[in-house]
Each structure stands twice: as C-alpha cells, then as structure tokens.
Design a protein around this ligand. Structure first.
Ligand SMILES: [Mg+2]
Length: 290
C-alpha cells in the first residue's frame, strides 16, 4: 500500500537504487536517445564537481586549472534561458569562486556546507565548536608532518583536508594509521566526520549534511523560481559525489567520471577527457529549446 508522498519517494528511491545494483552503470554515450527524451521540455539544472570532473586530477589542488574549452562551455550554459549551473565541490567557497571566476553560477563549497547562489540564501550551521576541534587537530597533525614529506594540510575553514598524494613510497599506510589515531577519538564522540577519497583525508563537521543534501535543498529552494519541471544532471568523480548520486536516484540524471561497480550513479563516462564531449552534447540539446 502506498502511504504519504514521503513514503512514495522513499520507495521509489529504494527501487531505483536496487535496480541500479542489478543492472549496473550504463555508458552515457550509448544512451543519448533516452537522455534527450528525459531532457525534453524541462529546465536543466547542471551540477558539476570540479577536481577530477572539470579538471584533471593533479598533485596539488593549486595546480588544477579550468581548461579554456571547459570554461567556454560553462559560459554557453549560463547564457541558456532554460539552464542553471552549479559547481559542487569539496573546495572552500572562496577557493572555487576564485578558480572558476564566473558570475551567474551557484557555488556549493566545502561538501555542501557553503552555498552561494544569486537568488536564494543558505543559512548554514553554527560551526563554532567544530572549528575549535579542527584547530586542535590541525596542531596535532602539523607536528607529525615533519616525518611525512609531501603531505600537507589544507585548512578550508569548515573542513580540514589532508593531502598525501605526494608521500614517498611506503609512507602512505603509516601516515593514514597515524591520522586515524589522532582523529578517531573525536569521531567516536560524534564531534567530527571523516571522509577518505583520492589520496585525501578529510575532516568534516559531524552534522548530517553532504553534497546530496545540499543539492536537494537547492532544488527545493528553486521550485518557486522556476515555472516548469526541473531536470537535475549531476556529473562527478569523487566518493563524496555518491551522496548526490543517491539523492538524485529517482529524479535526475547522474553521471560518474570513471566506471565503478560500487557507484550509485546511473551512467558513466570513461574518464575526465570525456567531460567536455558530454557537456557539448547536453548544451546542444538545451540550446535547441531556445
Ligand atoms: Mg572530484
């Protein structure tokens, strides 16, 4: 028996997640007809991860530059009357705004904890206590970095990101073990949350909030500003993008950069080199609506 709408949404989400597990991901370029059909008559809301999606993965986050053709495509999307663009990233809001450097875009930074949108305002969370803990952890980890050349802490205000891609061979596991030893007591007290992704160890606030919740919050906030149906399209490569893939399971198009049997994304592209090809095709379909 179908209960209230929230139950229906939960069951739909469960069904689609289950089917995804059974059927696996599809290569999006083999499903273009279905994609075009789904886009037809809808407002496109494009959500894009930055590192590894719009830019190739590099040794240091400061070296990740937005390629000129990608920037050009984003500019074209912004001009479209039936399209909105959001950049969803683990980077701090100030950082992502600086590297993208464009207006009329929604910036979602620090894994959803910061949202900067031209039309709606996000109140956020009281993170005073979290910040005190992050300061302490930063001090503790910094003391150990002298033994782990190549690792460094990126303080993003709301989150701490410890990068260890450049560690010497054999140091990765001891370093990860050390980080666990330092942070686990705080994790067990539910004072922080830990996320481990592509050679980064991230310490986040313990609030139940992530990229997926931020995207749903934004879509909901936008309902009153948009006349027709909204079709969210999310493209990402990170572990943290899985939150968004899950959140959009039954209501949008989700694309992972790189195939993974563990992912909840519906579709995949082979690697970051295919991002622009996909964006061009989406732009073409959107532009036709005029
Ligand atoms: Mg990424």
């Amino acid at each position: 028996m179908v209960g209230p709408p929230s139950d229906l949404i939960r069951w739909r989400s469960f069904y689609f997640t289950f089917m995804r597990k059974i059927c696996g991901m599809k290569y999006i370029f083999n499903a273009l007809d279905a994609i075009k059909k789904e886009m037809s008559g809808k407002e496109l809301y494009l959500f894009l991860d930055y590192d590894g999606t719009l830019t190739p993965i590099v040794d240091h986050p400061q070296h990740a530059a937005l390629p000129a053709p990608t920037k050009k495509l984003l500019k074209e999307f912004i001009k479209q009357p039936h399209c909105k663009v959001s950049i969803v990233t683990g980077r701090a809001l100030s950082d992502i705004r600086r590297v993208i450097g464009m207006q009329h875009i929604t910036y979602i930074g620090n894994h959803g904890f910061e949202i900067d949108d031209p039309k709606v305002s996000f109140k956020g969370f009281d993170l005073t206590h979290t910040r005190e803990i992050l300061e302490y952890l930063k001090w503790q980890i910094n003391k150990e970095l002298v033994f782990f050349k190549g690792a460094f802490i990126e303080d993003k205000g709301i989150c701490l990101c410890i990068h260890y891609r450049q560690l010497q061979e054999g140091q990765t596991e001891p370093f990860k073990a050390l980080l666990h030893e330092i942070v686990v007591p705080f994790y067990l007290k539910n004072e922080i949350y830990i996320e481990i992704d592509k050679k980064v160890f991230e310490i986040k606030p313990s609030f139940e909030w992530d990229k997926g919740k931020a995207v749903l919050w934004l879509l909901n906030a936008y309902k009153k500003h948009v006349k027709g149906d909204i079709l969210p399209v999310y493209i990402g490569d990170s572990m943290t993008d899985e939150y968004a893939f899950k959140a959009l399971t039954s209501r949008g198009i989700t694309v992972r950069v790189g195939r993974s049997d563990k992912s909840l994304s519906q579709y995949y592209i082979k690697d970051q080199n295919e991002t622009n090809t996909l964006l061009s095709l989406l732009l073409k379909s959107t532009a036709k609506k005029g």
